[in-house]
Write a protein that binds this ligand. Structure first.
Ligand SMILES: Cc1ncc(COP(=O)(O)O)c(/C=C/C(=O)C(=O)O)c1O
Length: 354
């Protein structure tokens, strides 16, 4: 059976250098997510498109890859608690891993800007929910200050390098599954830890000769929260994709390096384009992702339309979070619901199949 990421990629992860002897991985058997051939998107774009379905991780997002490392390290270095700032998925993941590690967890979330599914997770896993009167960037600043002051509390945001180390394993899995690196890798970018992690993973496999090439990285941001596209922080980021409603990415320099070294690019997608991609991937590929995750598909559609991605390219889109996280957005465009009596003809006609 799949042992979880630390065991699966132990020789490629910075484990136990400073950790107490006898440490054990804190794991929910994260990783080994499907790389799904996207037939409809391949047809539509003339490319060979695959979806890396990260919403199928234990807490429903890619954050589990980094959190198994960060919480294992926290426990193995005698920390009493973990703290993170989060737009939701980091907090859900930190809460779950802290629960099985038996250490305290507190999450700093921007007041009123967290999707219901994620809040439900943090509550049920037993985290201390702390609402901050500000946005994600304010939450991150407070998390950094708190953990700098109290050294019994570990900061588990992606500014913690072991988070990036854990998350780079997704690139390993993709090359292991495809037998090569894709020509282009598209993913959403918020705090920019994930694009940093993917580039590091592809670069390690390339350096070791396992992959003979590296992809161009296509980082996609919401138009109202696109500091890397604009080239300057966004003071009051706004987007329906609350997971990437971030104005000042913590991994700014590393994300720019990944884009430059890979000959890639950053793109912005309007909320309208994000929601179009969000609906398309559910209705044609059967993959229900949260709005921020659809940014990678929106980027794919735009970049194949304008030729930045040539036809015939092999493209992987990471869809980062499970659609169940944000039921409100899913139900905001409620189709009219048919009401019928006990009448089979009415049912068949509601299906347009009489
Ligand atoms: C679904 C989803 N898709 C994409 C991103 C962007 O990844 P990064 O560019 O590595 O930040 C996030 C990030 C979420 C948080 O930052 C948090 O949970 O605090 C996310 O939840």
């Amino acid at each position: 059976p799949w042992p979880g990421l630390i065991e699966a990629y132990r020789h490629r992860l910075p484990v136990c250098e400073t950790w107490e002897p006898g440490w054990a991985p804190v794991t929910l058997r994260e990783g080994a997510t499907p790389l799904l051939p996207a037939r409809a998107l391949s047809e539509l774009t003339g490319c060979d498109v695959h979806l890396k379905v990260e919403g199928l991780n234990p807490t429903g997002s890619f954050k589990d890859r980094g959190m198994t490392m960060a919480v294992t390290e926290a426990k193995a270095t005698g920390k009493k608690g973990v703290l993170c700032a989060s737009t939701g998925n980091t907090s859900a993941s930190a809460a779950a891993y802290a629960a099985i590690a038996g250490i305290e967890c507190a999450v700093l979330v921007p007041a009123g800007k967290i999707a219901m599914g994620k809040l439900a997770q943090a509550v049920m896993y037993g985290a201390k929910i702390i609402e901050v009167d500000g946005n994600f960037d304010d939450c991150l600043e407070l998390a950094r200050k708190t953990t700098a002051t109290f050294d019994t509390i570990a900061l588990v945001n992606s500014v913690n390098p072991v988070r990036i180390e854990g998350q780079k394993t997704a690139a390993f899995e993709i090359v292991d599954a495809l037998g090569k690196a894709p020509d282009v890798h598209a993913l959403p970018v918020g705090n920019a830890g994930n694009i940093t992690a993917y580039w590091r993973g592809y670069s390690e496999y390339f350096a070791d000769g396992i992959a003979s090439s590296r992809p161009r990285m296509l980082g996609v941001q919401a138009a109202g929260a696109a500091p890397l596209v604009n080239g300057a922080p966004v003071k009051d980021p706004e987007t329906i994709a609350t997971a990437i409603r971030i104005g000042s990415p913590a991994s700014w320099n590393q994300a720019v390096a990944a884009k430059d070294e890979s000959n890639g690019e950053f793109r912005a997608a309007t909320d309208e384009k994000l929601l179009e991609a969000y609906r398309l991937v559910a209705k044609t590929e059967g993959v229900f992702v949260e709005p921020a995750s659809a940014a990678s598909v929106a980027g794919l559609l735009a970049a194949t339309a304008d030729g930045w991605i040539e036809k015939g390219s092999t493209v992987v889109c990471t869809v980062t979070g499970n659609g169940l996280k944000d039921p409100d957005t899913a139900l905001s465009s409620l189709p009219e619901i048919a009401r019928v009596g006990i009448d089979p003809v009415a049912v068949a006609s509601a299906m347009g199949l009489t």
